[in-house]
Ligand binder design. Structure first.
Ligand code: DX5
Ligand code: ZN
Length: 216
């Protein structure tokens, strides 16, 4: 199984982002959290930042949109050159239509589900998406504790992906550490976002430790 480690720059030093990106060159993608102070009660950065990060990042961008009206805004992030754009189903008017648009532009299209959002409605639509992000905290802030109660949902999505034989990456985001990553891997995740766990220490060492913890 392929394991992807996507550090979240939400936990990086915002005054030195190019330097911080250089410290995660051994990662698979860099996770970029876009928050609008409406969909979540926190504000980060937007399209101009992503346009610059694409130019300087050693790894492709995995954009996580925690914003209202992604139907309107998500295509811009794909056009900016993000390798992957994931939007929340709770905020999207037409997730399938939006995912098709993102794929047309040439990016991987992802849907994200908050901890309380049921996955059932999407299990028969999995071939429309390249990634499903099962949030393992309430979106909005880094440094929160992993919610194990989200694991049955992750397992259901993983079973549906296997049953349908589709190539959909299963991502988890929130509270992923060397202690929790194995729980998510056992439930079927293959793509792991980690913010504080990576930037708290020496990023290359933390990325290696996370990979080792999945393999253990
Ligand atoms: C939270 C963000 C996460 C956050 C994870 O809403 O979507 O990507 O950066 O941070 P940690 O790994 O510290 O929980
Ligand atoms: Zn995120």
């Amino acid at each position: 199984m392929t394991t992807r480690i996507n550090p979240s720059i939400l936990a990086a030093d915002f005054a030195n982002l190019e330097h911080e990106l250089g410290r995660i060159a051994t990662a698979d993608l860099v996770h970029v959290d876009i928050m609008d102070n409406h969909f979540v009660p926190n504000l980060t950065f937007g399209l101009p930042m992503v346009e610059r990060l694409v130019q300087v990042s050693p790894v492709p961008l995995d954009v996580h949109l925690m914003i209202d009206d992604p139907d309107r805004w998500a295509p811009g992030y794909a056009e900016a050159g993000a390798a992957s754009v994931t939007f929340h189903v709770e905020a999207a008017a037409d997730p399938v239509r939006l995912a098709r648009r993102l794929r047309e532009i040439g990016t991987r299209a992802g849907i994200a589900l908050k901890p309380g959002t049921d996955a059932t409605a999407y299990l028969d639509l999995l071939d429309e998406f390249d990634q499903v992000l099962v949030m393992t905290v309430e979106p909005g802030f880094g440094g929160q504790s992993f919610m194990p109660e989200t694991m049955p949902k992750l397992r259901r999505v993983a079973d549906a992906v296997a049953a349908r034989g589709v190539d959909v990456w299963l991502q988890v985001d929130g509270g992923i550490t060397v202690d929790t990553i194995g729980i998510a891997a056992d439930a079927g995740a293959d793509t792991f976002v980690a913010g504080s766990a990576v930037f708290r220490g020496e990023p290359a060492e933390q990325i290696a430790a996370l990979r080792a913890a999945v393999a253990a």
